[in-house]
Design a protein around this ligand. Structure first.
Ligand SMILES: NC(=O)c1ccc[n+]([C@@H]2O[C@H](COP(=O)([O-])OP(=O)(O)OC[C@H]3O[C@@H](n4cnc5c(N)ncnc54)[C@H](OP(=O)(O)O)[C@@H]3O)[C@@H](O)[C@H]2O)c1
Length: 291
C-alpha cells in the first residue's frame, strides 16, 4: 500500500510540512536521520520509514527538507535505485546550481524533480500567507499541486529547476537589505536614548512610502531609461557621506553602508550622475571588483 506523500527531514520546517499534510488528510510517511523526531507525527497518524529507501518507496511524491543540499545529495544517493517513477520535491534552501545538479541526479535515475523555496516560517505552513515557490518538471508539479497546496500558496516559476532558488534568494536579499537599514537606523537613534519601539512606527511609514515607488523603478530598470526628475545619483552621492559621518560621530559602525557609498561614487565617476538610483542595478551586474 502506498501513501500520498513522504516527508524526509523532520527538523523545524520538515515537521511543519508533515503536520500540514496530515491536517489536509493526506496519508503521510515520514523519515528523519534521528528517528526519535518522528514520534509525535506517528502519534498523529504518520507512518514511519526506517530508511531513506523505505521512505522513497512508500509514496509517489517525496518532499525533502534537510539543512543543506549536500545532505540531500547524500541521502538520495543512498537510495538512488528507488527513485525511478517518483517525484522529488526538494524544499531545502540552496543555490540554483545545486538545484540543477540535484535535478540531474534524480532524472538520471528515472525520477522527476521539482525544486522549491519556502517563503515562510514553520508556524505559517498550511496558511495562505505561506508562499512556496516551485520550479522544474511542469508535469510533476501539475500532477502533485493539489497535495502541495496543503503547505500554503504554491507558485510555479518555470521549468528550469534553478529558478525557485533564484527567486527565493532574490526575495531574501530584499529582506536582508531592509533589515540592514532598519538595524542601522535603530542603532543611530538609540545613541540619543530613542527606544526602538518609539522609532519603529516612523520607520514603517517611511519604508511603506518608499516602497510605493518600486514599480516605477522597475519600469526604469526594464526600459533601461534612468533619467530622473526626482533624485539624482549626484545628489545621493553628495549627501550620503553625512550618513557615514554622523554614524561615526554617534559611535555607530557604518560598515553596512560604506559599500553603498562606494557604489554611488562609482556611478557618478562612470558618468551616470544625472540618472536616478535605479541605475545602480546596472553597476551591480558589471562589477568593478567582485569581492
Ligand atoms: N525554519 C525556517 O524558518 C525555514 C524557513 C524557510 C526555509 N527553511 C529551510 O528548510 C530547511 C530545513 O530547515 P529547518 O529549520 O527544518 O532546520 P533544522 O530544524 O535544523 O532541521 C534540519 C534537518 O536536516 C537534517 N539533517 C541535517 N544534516 C543531515 C544529514 N547529513 N543527513 C540527513 N539529515 C540531515 C536534520 O536531521 P536530524 O534531526 O537527524 O539532525 C533535520 O531533519 C533548510 O534548508 C532551511 O533553510 C527553513
Amino acid at each position: 500500500m502506498t501513501n500520498d506523500v513522504t516527508v524526509m527531514g523532520l527538523g523545524l520546517m520538515g515537521t511543519a510540512l508533515a503536520e500540514a499534510f496530515l491536517k489536509a488528510g493526506r496519508t503521510t510517511t515520514v523519515w528523519n536521520r534521528s528517528a526519535a523526531k518522528a514520534g509525535t507525527l506517528v502519534a498523529k497518524g504518520a507512518s514511519r520509514a526506517a530508511t531513506p529507501a523505505g521512505a522513497i518507496a512508500a509514496s509517489p511524491l517525496i518532499v525533502v527538507c534537510l539543512s543543506v543540499n549536500e545532505n540531500v545529495r547524500e541521502v538520495l544517493g543512498t537510495a538512488a535505485e528507488t527513485l525511478a517513477g517518483k517525484t522529488v520535491v526538494n524544499l531545502t534552501n540552496g543555490t540554483p546550481r545545486q538545484a540543477r545538479e540535484l535535478a540531474e541526479l534524480v532524472t538520471a535515475r528515472g525520477g522527476e524533480y521539482v525544486d522549491g523555496g519556502i517563503m515562510a516560517v514553520p508556524p505559517m505552513i498550511s496558511q495562505p500567507e505561506a508562499l512556496i515557490l516551485y520550479s522544474g518538471s511542469r508535469q510533476a508539479f501539475d500532477t502533485h499541486k493539489d497535495v502541495l497546496g496543503g503547505l500554503g500558496a504554491a507558485r510555479y516559476v518555470g521549468t528550469d529547476p534553478g529558478l525557485a532558488a533564484l527567486y527565493d534568494l532574490g526575495l531574501l536579499t530584499a529582506m536582508y537589505g531592509m533589515f540592514a537599514g532598519y538595524y542601522h537606523s535603530v542603532a543611530l537613534l538609540r545613541t540619543e536614548g530613542v527606544k526602538a519601539s518609539e522609532f519603529t512606527p516612523m520607520v514603517r511609514s517611511w519604508m511603506t512610502a518608499m516602497m510605493a515607488g518600486l514599480p516605477g523603478q522597475a519600469a526604469d530598470i526594464d526600459s533601461g531609461d534612468y533619467v530622473t526628475d526626482v533624485s539624482s545619483l549626484t545628489n545621493n552621492a553628495a549627501g550620503f557621506p553625512n550618513l557615514i559621518e554622523a554614524s561615526r560621530e554617534q559611535g555607530v559602525s557604518p560598515e553596512l553602508f560604506v559599500p553603498f557609498q562606494a557604489l554611488l561614487d562609482r556611478a557618478v565617476a562612470e558618468g551616470h550622475g544625472a540618472d536616478g538610483l535605479a541605475r545602480l542595478v546596472e553597476l551591480l551586474t558589471t562589477p568593478q571588483n567582485t569581492p
